[in-house]
Write a protein that binds this ligand. Structure first.
Ligand code: CP3
Length: 341
């Protein structure tokens, strides 16, 4: 059902309104002084996520400042392993730590703590009442492969080598992790929808490190199962898949997963994607976050290239990956002007 007053949601449903909607991955975050101030006040990232008034405030900050067409829930993909029973910490300057790392500890030993998801639903409910009517509200989760890379290594890892090794060495155990993440992800996304989001995105940030057969097994198959189970509960809620680094595997991902929209990273040539992916399929992306930092003529050229390649199909403007903390606010303002010109 076209919503009429939500341009981003309309494009996800296949409309091409002639005015390109825009939001930015990681738009709630450290490049915003108001975010840094609130985070310092709350003492840490998880404190912010689990304080539902603060998380709602952070979700709304970029909407108030820039008027993006979409608001993305403020949370993290690692809340799911936390709810599966792992300990989760974010050390300043070090990134996330999950323990015990599953490379040397059994999934079965974890005691699930699904109540850790409840505050996120409360945040959705609080944001919902404060969003402008024309703003689409996006929920999200990580895809099983990307989340599993953190669960296995206990932290971010170079080329996701620990998880890839583990998946080759013990595919059954790795399947168990992927299945556990997948099942909880369906519940988690459904809970976000029940609380009020309009659409959801699956972040598969590390999809690019897998060989074709492993991509089929650990990205496409688990994503297809999540989408099918989610759609059985919420047939009208669009799902954006973002398999970063998938490159030439994108057509197979588009054909086989059932996602409604595909997010492209900045390494994908927009002209290639426009030709290689089905013409009705809405695409999202794919400005290089570094072109946004550069600004000026480099930014103008990159934006033109993207807008012209996707002019004749449903397109959502976004970055190819999350906005970087040193991005000048003025460049974000200029980007909005260029896209909405
Ligand atoms: O997009 C948004 O504005 C919504 C919130 C959001 C966050 N993380 C907040 C966050 C979303 C959608 C994510 C997704 C996420 N989290 C991904 C996938 C997307 C991507 O960028 O690849 C991944 C891999 C994570 C895991 C994660 N969370 C890492 C590796 C880190 C540390 C690195 C970093 O950027 O600081 C985080 C922390 C995190 N998640 C921050 C934010 C705003 C920074 C925390 C802080 O220091 O304030």
């Amino acid at each position: 059902m076209p919503s009429r007053n939500k341009p981003l949601l309309d494009v996800m449903n296949g409309g091409n309104p002639g005015k390109t909607p825009i939001w930015l991955m990681r738009q709630a975050g450290r490049y915003l002084p108001e975010y840094r101030e609130l985070r310092a006040h709350k003492g840490g990232f998880l404190e912010l996520v689990y304080d539902t008034d603060a998380a709602a405030e952070v979700t709304l900050q970029p909407i108030r400042r820039f008027g993006f067409d979409g608001a993305i829930l403020f949370s993290d993909i690692l809340i799911v392993p936390h709810a599966l029973g792992m300990d989760l910490r974010f050390e300043a300057g070090e990134g996330p730590r999950l323990s015990p790392p599953l490379v040397d500890s059994a999934l079965a030993a974890l005691e699930a703590a699904p109540e850790r998801l409840a505050p996120v639903y409360e945040t959705v409910d609080k944001v919902k009442g404060q969003l402008p009517a024309e703003t689409t509200f996006l929920g999200f989760a990580g895809s099983p492969w990307t989340v599993a890379t953190y669960m296995v290594a206990g932290q971010g890892s170079r080329e996701q080598a620990e998880a890839r090794r583990y998946a080759y060495r013990d595919p059954e155990a790795f399947q168990g992790i992927v299945d556990a993440v997948g099942a909880m992800t369906v519940d988690y996304l459904s809970g976000q929808v029940a609380a009020g989001v309009d659409a959801v995105q699956l972040f598969d940030s590390w999809a690019g490190s897998l060989s074709p057969a492993q991509f089929e097994q650990w990205v496409i198959a688990p994503t297809a199962r999540i989408v099918a189970a989610f759609k059985a509960r919420h047939p009208d809620i669009p799902v954006i898949g973002f398999p970063k680094g998938a490159g030439g595997k994108l057509p197979a991902y588009a054909r086989e997963t059932g996602v409604d929209v595909i997010g492209l990273d900045e390494t994908v040539d927009p002209a290639w994607a426009a030709a290689a992916l089905p013409p009705e399929l809405p695409l999202q992306g794919n400005l290089d976050p570094l072109a946004l930092i550069a600004g000026g003529a480099a930014l103008e050229k990159a934006v033109d290239n993207i807008l012209s390649a996707f002019a004749n199909r449903p397109h959502i403007f976004n970055l190819g990956h999350g906005i970087l903390p040193d991005t000048p606010i003025a460049h974000v303002e200029y980007l909005l002007k260029l896209v909405r010109r």
